[in-house]
Ligand binder design. Sequence first.
Ligand SMILES: *Cc1c(COP(=O)(O)O)cnc(C)c1O
Length: 481
Amino acid sequence: MLYHSTRSDMAFVDSAQAVLEGLAPDGGLYMPAQLPAFDWKACLQGSSLDMATDILSALLPDIPDMPNLVKKAYTGKFETEDLTPTGSVGDFHVLELFRGPTSAFKDVALSMLPQLLTAAKTAKGMQEDILILTATSGDTGKAALEGFHDVPGVRICVFYPHGGVSQVQRAQMVTQEGNNVAVCAVRGNFDDAQTGVKNIFAACRDKALPFSLSSANSINIGRLAPQVMYYFRAYRDLMDAGKISLGDEVNFSVPTGNFGDILAGYLAKLLGLPVGKLICASNANNVLTDFITTGTYDKRRPLLKTTSPSMDILVSSNLERLLYLLSGDTALVASLMKQLNTEGVYTVPADLLAKIQAEFCCGFCDDKKADEVMGRVYQELGYLCDPHTAAGWAAAEEYTAATGDQRPMVVLSTASPYKFPVAVLTAIGGDTSGDEFQQMERLSAMTGVAIPKNLSGLQGKEEKHTGVIDKDKMLDYVLNL
Ligand SMILES: *Cc1c(COP(=O)(O)O)cnc(C)c1O
């Protein structure tokens, strides 16, 4: 199947090449020239692994042996066999995406991406190793390390801001085992680490290196495509619970950062799944709320630090894919992205905004509101959720109150409450003293909700990666790996 850049439809690559390259040479993101015909009703019949196989075979047909790759990616790695369970909480349904090996929703995609990359590498006869370079604000780094450790032909290097991730997140990364992993703290903030990684890509472009560089971020279609599965899974779970009949439309509220998760929901809809509205939930960094409301995307504002750090982002890369899908106009997308780069702002034409608003709604929630929601959902409904999920819940409530839309609402839950114990304890009236491990214990004693084993097991584990470097030493670090 042919893929091209969102910024030009002159050059084509197949789906295996798109996964290997990550980003198109013109800086755009790879998209299929045409979406495949898809039997969505048949897809709903299978297990989660069958669903993943059907969807990935359709979107990435040039990567062979998909059933086997899916089995290797997921078998025995998640808490539940269905990978992403959905349960009813009050008037809503919660799709839990955090039951994977690192308790982050990124596990769904980052368990699969290494399989896709290595199979694409074989399919293309590529000899040299791939080095995955990742800057992380906390969650992506560990999920990528877990996915890529000890994968033959691939190495992975993760940079995180020194003092800029939680104690638990740091412990997750610095205790990582595996012969092909490197983890290093950078003196600076997340933006410094991210800029450093981009500079390494630029500096290495013309160098003859013993490896080729790639990325584990959701700009890679191989990271995005595996996320389509859980929309089908949730839909099927609602059918099995007697909440809907085949063909009924379902709304989804999605805590959003880079726009990858919610875009996967839109791809599910394009593949035929009866998706109603997709609700884009932000935190106080509400660039997307403004955009979906007005059509103007304006990143010229300070990045706020919130209790939902994985959504602290001003440039949502995958929005570019939506602009392409709804306009079909690569020249328009190229021009908008150029404006964003040079001026920090762009406005979409009125007809494109109308198309976006027909599919998407939006809402945002500051830390105070997230605190209120976490407390209320726990006290009234007995459900413990994290601050990212609280943003999704708040947007879903606001949408339902404003529209009276009666269609079932699924709120995507993107992190375990145990990854953010201070915010969660504060919300439910608990004592927040002590270190994060003591806080986790207290949260568990208060609520009876079990601590995920991968998190409780971190305490006392050997720290293998304790390096800290200046941000201008990142390239040297990579060249010396
Ligand atoms: C990454 C992440 C998000 C945002 O997902 P996008 O695909 O970037 O929109 C939301 N919540 C959590 C906990 C995350 O780790």
